[in-house]
Design a protein around this ligand. Structure first.
Ligand SMILES: NC(=O)C1=CN([C@@H]2O[C@H](COP(=O)(O)OP(=O)(O)OC[C@H]3O[C@@H](n4cnc5c(N)ncnc54)[C@H](O)[C@@H]3O)[C@@H](O)[C@H]2O)C=CC1
Ligand SMILES: O=C(O)[C@@H]1CCC=N1
Length: 263
């Protein structure tokens, strides 16, 4: 019989994780037992993806492994249904929700706190993991393999997960704002919108690849591109005047703080 895999909250993040796992064969399509809040969304997801999706959580909680991916504000509402299951491995991706709180709300479940990000959809994800002390070594390596399917995995002390989330999980939105603004600048300077967008994305991706592959410090790349009295230093001067560095530092700090508040 196909082992079942419960998903409580098949929203954006759970889909970004589940679909690559289905493609890789790590989770069997016929074994998925997913829950969402509305009938309309359950029907739509079931028809589009050929999955068992319901609004009744019982089937999901009867699985030996459950991915918990509702919003942190929905946690208290979904927790009581878990008592219908016989326990197993619970992998929570809820921002800020600590292992201690999960263990309190889900007695009988061995808890893992995972911090994934949406680039998982294209297998370029990053996941931070912290395990409850009762998760055995074989389960830990299985969870690591699971997330390795969608990108890089880092096991961290739980106390570092809020900062990890602020950079890697909220970070795609910060980078998207940078990409959009760079394209706006190029449109202002005369390029057509679609071309400007494509160039902004490739500039971000190419710069990240160069930093990684040549193991450059960001300052080295900045200096490589900035000639005396050149175009780049003229632009950098404006970024410093507008406080871009400070804005990004504060954005990451605010996201980390919000993650701690959600606990
Ligand atoms: N979106 C992201 O980039 C990241 C999200 N996360 C975490 O993932 C979790 C989900 O976030 P998203 O996928 O963005 O949210 P979402 O709103 O797309 O998904 C939430 C899902 O929970 C379902 N749901 C709501 N109430 C329910 C209930 N009572 N019973 C069963 N299902 C219910 C909804 O139908 C929906 O499918 C959050 O806890 C968030 O902190 C973590 C890292 C990154
Ligand atoms: O802001 C959010 O709700 C999610 C959690 C982590 C990243 N984005």
């Amino acid at each position: 019989m196909t082992p079942t895999f419960g998903v409580v909250g098949l929203g954006r993040m759970a889909q970004a994780l589940l679909f690559p796992l289905l493609e890789a064969g790590l989770v069997q399509r016929e074994g998925v037992r997913a829950v969402v809040a509305s009938e309309a969304s359950a029907t739509c997801l079931a028809q589009t993806h050929g999955l068992a999706v319901a609004t009744d959580a019982a089937a999901a909680w009867s699985a030996p492994v459950v991915l918990l991916a509702v919003k942190p504000q929905q946690l208290e509402a979904v927790a009581p249904a878990a008592a219908a299951g016989s326990g197993g491995l619970l992998i929570s991706v809820l921002a800020g929700v600590t292992l201690a709180r999960l263990q309190r709300l889900f007695p009988g479940w061995q808890c893992v706190r995972a911090v994934p990000n949406t680039p998982a959809l294209v297998r370029a994800g990053l996941t931070g993991l912290a395990f409850g002390v009762d998760v055995p070594p074989d389960q830990r390596s299985w969870v690591q393999q699971l997330f390795a399917q969608v990108g890089e995995v880092h096991e961290l002390p739980e106390a570092q997960l809020d900062a990890f989330l602020a950079l890697t999980s909220s970070g795609p939105a910060f980078v998207a704002v940078v990409a959009e603004a760079l394209a706006d600048g190029a449109v202002a300077a005369g390029l057509p919108r679609l071309l400007a967008q494509r160039l902004a994305h490739r500039t971000l991706a190419g710069s990240a690849a160069l930093l990684e592959e040549r193991d450059l410090h960001p300052g080295q790349l900045k200096d490589m591109v900035s000639s005396p009295a050149g175009t780049t230093i003229a632009g950098l001067r404006q970024l410093e005047k507008a406080g871009l560095r400070s804005a990004l530092i504060e954005a990451v700090l605010a996201a980390a703080q919000r993650s701690r508040e959600l606990a």
